[in-house]
Write a new protein. Structure first.
Length: 91
């Protein structure tokens, strides 16, 4: 069963800024969201639970430098995108 991808208003604004600075990442982003919706545990995504102040959330990789922070609600098959950016910016 595919997962529903939801974007918060704050995430939407951050993603617009992110893609304005990094238009070359758009195809990787689309591939990542397609995989995330179909199978969040796909090895390509490197899904992992975060620690510290972000311990309630998860992260997936766009590539070695960029990440998407998300809330992963398994019961309702919903994935809520929270943040996007460089590794050091989102953590």
């Amino acid at each position: 069963m595919p997962y529903n991808i939801t974007r918060t208003d704050e995430y939407f604004k951050k993603s617009l800024k992110f893609f304005k600075k990094h238009p070359e990442m758009h195809s990787k982003y689309e591939k990542t969201l397609t995989l995330l919706s179909a199978n969040p545990h796909h090895p390509f995504l490197r899904l992992h639970k975060l620690q510290g102040n972000l311990k309630a959330f998860y992260s997936v990789s766009l590539d070695l430098q960029y990440r998407i922070i998300l809330d992963f609600i398994i019961v309702e098959n919903e994935i809520i995108l929270l943040d996007i950016g460089a590794h050091d910016d989102v953590y």
